[in-house]
Design a protein around this ligand. Structure first.
Ligand code: ADP
Ligand code: F6P
Length: 320
């Protein structure tokens, strides 16, 4: 039975992380445990950046983007010595477990710490939705809505100038944001790292669409493709349509979380504490068939997430 637990956020921040921190803190207090916040991810654990938490520490954060615990990337934690130092720190502080909110990299650290006797629970927090063991990651919905709103605005000006806009959305290695946002904005094409693409076919589609009277276009490119400028240049040259690139960037990581992100973060944070309360560690909390569940971290890291083939097909059939 855990008596004192810690919570940290690690890797890239995501809207809804605060809601998860709040849920962890309040659930733990409700169940009679002590809670501390560990600032700046594993860095803060190694450096002893520990803050006591009470019910009021997490007041007024559910609606805020970013993470009140700050986040960081900590190369030292990828070493055996770093993890051993982290486990020693946990013992010094008297921690019986840690909730780690982050992505796959953060879960690897959580697995290592669990293997050194500190039970850790991973919560999926990343805008990319690229964590295989879960249908949904905290931050995804907010990021998609932000990207959609930004592209709607870009469309206004593209339409006024008869231009094609190539918009790069985030997604380090994944096209989930790109495909969903592409459908939501009615993009003519979406280019993602998971699928081969044919720029000639995209240009022909644009030219055929022009014959039906349309003179403005949107092409969404996932960051992971890594060729936004090149794609923009080729579309411009092949179609003769003035084509501009916009990289949305970090705007997608900020902002007030949507209902979905706040609710899922709260459910997952609550579930994580229930596991630690029972002394269970080395698990990742995820969503399966729209329900919160948990899975062994190693198993979670070995899973493969399917690409949204059906949605990608629908997009290509409906945008012209
Ligand atoms: P994310 O958690 O979003 O995937 P990173 O890959 O940057 O982000 O990982 C966040 C942090 O998790 C790293 O800075 C490091 O401290 C820790 N981490 C990543 N990979 C490992 C690993 N293989 N072993 C231990 N800790 C790791
Ligand atoms: O994983 C989330 C994410 O925003 C990716 O989409 C992006 O590639 C990466 O983080 C960028 O991270 P940073 O700008 O913090 O280095």
């Amino acid at each position: 039975m855990a008596k004192k637990i810690g919570v940290l956020t690690s890797g890239g921040d995501a809207p809804g992380m605060n809601a998860a921190v709040r849920a962890v803190c309040r659930t733990a207090l409700q169940r009679g445990m002590e809670v501390v916040g560990i600032e700046r991810g594993y860095n803060g654990l190694l450096n002893g950046e520990i803050v006591e938490m009470n019910a009021r520490t997490v007041s007024g954060i559910i609606q805020r983007g970013g993470t009140c615990l700050y986040t960081a990337r900590c190369p030292e934690f990828k070493t055996k010595e770093g993890v051993a130092k982290g486990a020693e720190k946990c013992r010094e502080i008297g921690l019986d477990g840690i909730v780690v909110i982050g992505g796959d990299g953060s879960f690897r650290g959580a697995a290592d710490l669990s293997s050194m006797g500190i039970p850790c629970i991973g919560l999926p927090g990343t805008i990319d939705n690229d964590i295989s063991c879960t249908e949904y990651t905290i931050g995804y919905d907010t990021a998609m809505n932000t990207a959609m709103e930004m592209i709607d605005k870009i469309k206004d000006t593209a339409q006024s100038h008869d231009r094609c806009s190539v918009v790069e959305v985030m997604g380090r290695n994944a096209g989930y944001i790109a495909v969903n946002v592409g459908v939501a904005v009615g993009a003519e094409a979406v280019i993602t790292p998971e699928k081969d693409y044919d720029l000639d076919a995209i240009c022909t589609k644009i030219q055929n669409t022009m014959k039906s009277g349309k003179n403005h276009f949107v092409v969404v490119v996932a960051e992971g493709v890594g060729k936004t400028d090149e794609i923009t240049k080729i579309i411009s040259e092949k179609t003769g349509v003035e084509t501009r690139a916009t990289i949305l960037g970090h705007v997608q990581r900020g902002g007030s979380p949507t209902v979905r992100d706040r609710v899922v973060a709260t459910q997952m944070g609550h579930h994580a504490v229930e596991l630690l309360e029972k002394g269970i560690g080395n698990r990742v909390v995820g969503m399966k068939d729209n329900h919160v569940y948990d899975v062994d971290i190693q198993e979670a890291l070995s899973m493969k997430k399917p690409f949204e083939e059906e949605l990608y097909g629908i997009l290509n059939e409906t945008a012209f």
